[in-house]
Design a protein around this ligand. Structure first.
Ligand code: ADP
Ligand code: MG
Length: 616
């Protein structure tokens, strides 16, 4: 029988390899930026069009390539970065596989311009699907510019697989930020469809983080520093009070390379034990330096996962370094017996000499002088009464609600047990139609038996339908804020808010000023309390980021769901009787009362028959 095995032609092999390296425009961004860094560039510009689907261009001022190297760089396994397998364990570059350019050229139109220092002219090369279309000399500045156009032009299936521009742009920005965060000594700029998205001057780690995530970030950062024989840690963790519901800002860099590591992430989370509200995630920007011999980066084609020789030690070191920092900045829980007691005294007090307490006497005081009494003294008195009055009022108010709260609980218990034993049933039904069970469920009677409603899910359904209605008829009622509310976000978050702005306005939000790191709000929907605004927007941004967008991705729906989730009464919240009744009525006025917007059961029923069976 004839032999049937053939070697695949290079362009086919390259296309297959490309599948591993290039999943989307963001992968191209990553590879090109990493090459620029490996070429010792100090300035790197990223230019994209249509979220990178039409164009990804990276311009650097690095060392450039010779004419021959320019041609060779597009061959598979062509690299200047390693020569022997042994070199893999002494890596100081991002790349080493020699696959990126070959893969990219197999699935896009590529134009390369490059010049080395000292050369008069540079080289230009145009590639189309692995073939050289043109090679020429060109006048170009020192460094390299690579444009990647029409990604996946020859693989329509892959092109169709790309997500919306919004989603792809988000991936591009993610990659850009990861690379920029790891290299503050390089200046970066990014332009999206002709407008500047980021401009990051040479700086240090802290400034780079602040330049990317907004000026407000500065006050949230707690430095972490630790140096041992196996590991050097530096960077920052976010103060616990700023932790978010989303996992957004969690960055590990190992030897300047962004990596993902659920294991090390766990080390950080556990260092935050007891400091975070449940469901909140700490933010961190941690830069680890280890001996390259102790890691293996080779296990993942996109190089975002690495293998450590001694993961357990890293875990312990990282955890204790973060714990230590949190403790030093006095963020640890009050009862922490491991804490250094000297930290309890503010630094400037430990150094202060003790002095004898002295009594200050006001020698000019004359109790009989009238002006004195009506002057200074009276003001002091006035202030005191005022604050007393204030606190009295507050006390009264909270006392009031407390009694009511207690009362409703007592009332509930007696309604549940006493009447059924001592009074006749009909009477109970007349006075008590709903009961709240464990501040979680509303129990009510229906003709066939009993109804149990999950208060949180039910309220979500009610709010959701309400918001959806406002969004579609586009006339949410707005309440004017007394003072405009200024909220700070990262530029990526602002991008998301901008996309949803029109919908947010329909629900009743009024925006007066949106910059690329803050927004000013002058009006909010009537149902939204001012104190909740930032939580709602944060939740919304998180939801948009986590949503796996598909064809039926609808911003309107997401917005309604997200706001309903934030604003719905929580489990554990006690409800007055009229609130309970209102909830039941409003739920059954909904179009789809049976399920929450997230498709979870809102209520169950139990018929008298079923109950009867339980008593056999
Ligand atoms: P790798 O980065 O793994 O070596 P690539 O396919 O990304 O493989 O690049 C191949 C080679 O092309 C690199 O080893 C480098 O010598 C050269 N090269 C790529 N991009 C640049 C650049 N921006 N400046 C200088 N040389 C570059
Ligand atoms: Mg490379």
């Amino acid at each position: 029988m004839a032999d049937i095995i053939q070697l695949l032609p290079d362009h086919v092999a390259n296309q297959i390899a490309a599948g591993e390296v290039v999943q989307r425009p963001a992968s191209v961004v990553k590879e090109l930026m990493e090459n620029a860094i490996d070429a010792d560039a100090t300035t790197i510009k990223l230019i994209i069009k249509d979220a990178g689907k039409t164009l990804v261009q990276v311009i650097d001022n690095g060392k450039g390539m010779s004419e021959t190297d320019a041609r060779l760089s597009f061959e598979r396994h062509a690299t200047s970065k390693i020569r022997t397998a042994d070199d893999l364990f002494h890596l100081h570059t991002k790349g080493f596989r020699g696959e990126a350019l070959a893969s990219i050229a197999a699935i896009a139109h590529v134009e390369l311009k490059t010049k080395q220092e000292g050369d008069d002219v540079g080289s230009m090369l145009i590639m189309e699907g692995s073939h050289v279309v043109e090679q020429n000399v060109v006048v170009t500045p020192k460094g390299t510019s690579i444009s990647v156009k029409n990604l996946f032009f020859n693989i329509p299936a892959r092109r169709n697989f790309l997500k919306s521009n919004t989603v792809e742009l988000r991936h591009v920005i993610d990659e850009f930020q990861r690379v920029a965060l790891a290299h503050p000594k390089i200046s970066f700029a990014m332009y999206n469809n002709g407008s500047e998205a980021f401009n990051l001057p040479i700086s240090n780690y802290r400034q780079r983080i602040v330049n990317i995530f907004g000026t407000k970030t500065n006050e949230k950062l707690v430095p972490v520093e630790e140096e041992t024989e196996v590991l050097k840690i530096s960077g920052f963790v976010g103060k616990p009070e700023f932790a978010k519901k989303t996992r957004g800002e969690q960055y590990f860099f190992v030897n300047d390379r962004f990596i993902k590591s659920p294991y090390l992430n766990h080390a950080i989370t556990s260092a935050f034990d007891g400091l975070l509200k449940s469901g909140n995630h700490p933010s961190y920007f941690l830069y680890l330096t280890v001996n390259p011999q102790t890691i293996d980066i080779n296990i993942h084609p996109t190089k975002t996962e690495i293998k450590f020789d001694d993961e357990h030690t890293l875990y312990a070191l990282l955890r204790s370094a973060v714990k230590h920092s949190l403790g030093q900045f006095n963020i640890a829980p009050v009862l922490d017996f491991e804490r250094d007691p000297s930290l309890d005294t503010p630094y400037h007090f430990t150094k202060k000499e003790t002095s004898t307490p002295a009594i200050e006497v006001d020698r000019s005081f004359n109790p009989f002088k009238e002006t004195y009494v009506s002057g200074k003294q009276t003001t002091a008195f006035k202030q005191q009464t005022l604050s007393n009055w204030d606190s009295l009022y507050v006390g009264l108010e909270s006392k009031g609600t407390k009694t009511e709260h207690d009362f409703s609980e007592v009332h509930f218990e007696s309604a549940e047990f006493t009447p059924s034993i001592f009074k006749d049933d009909t009477q109970v039904n007349q006075t008590q139609t709903t009961y709240q069970l464990h501040n979680k469920y509303i129990v009510s009677t229906i003709k066939s038996g009993m109804l149990v409603i999950d208060q949180h899910r039910a309220h979500q359904r009610i709010l959701y339908e309400d918001f959806l209605k406002n969004l579609t008829i586009k006339e949410g009622v707005s309440q004017q804020l007394l003072f405009p509310l200024e909220l700070h976000f990262s530029s990526q978050e602002i991008l998301i808010i901008n996309q949803l702005k029109e919908d947010l306005v329909h629900t009743g939000f009024v925006f007066s000023n949106v910059t690329n790191e803050s927004i000013e709000i002058t009006g909010v929907p009537v149902v939204v309390p001012e104190s909740e605004v930032s939580i709602i927007l944060e939740q919304l941004i998180g939801d948009v980021e986590n949503e796996v967008p598909d064809s039926n991705f609808s911003a309107t729906d997401l917005l309604a769901k997200s706001m309903a989730k934030s604003l719905a009464i929580k489990r554990g919240q006690s409800l007055k009787k009229d609130e309970q009744e209102h909830l039941v009525n409003a739920l059954f006025a909904c179009k789809e009362p049976n399920v929450s917007p997230e498709n979870r059961t809102t209520f169950i029923t139990m018929s008298v028959d079923e109950l009867d069976k339980k008593f056999i």
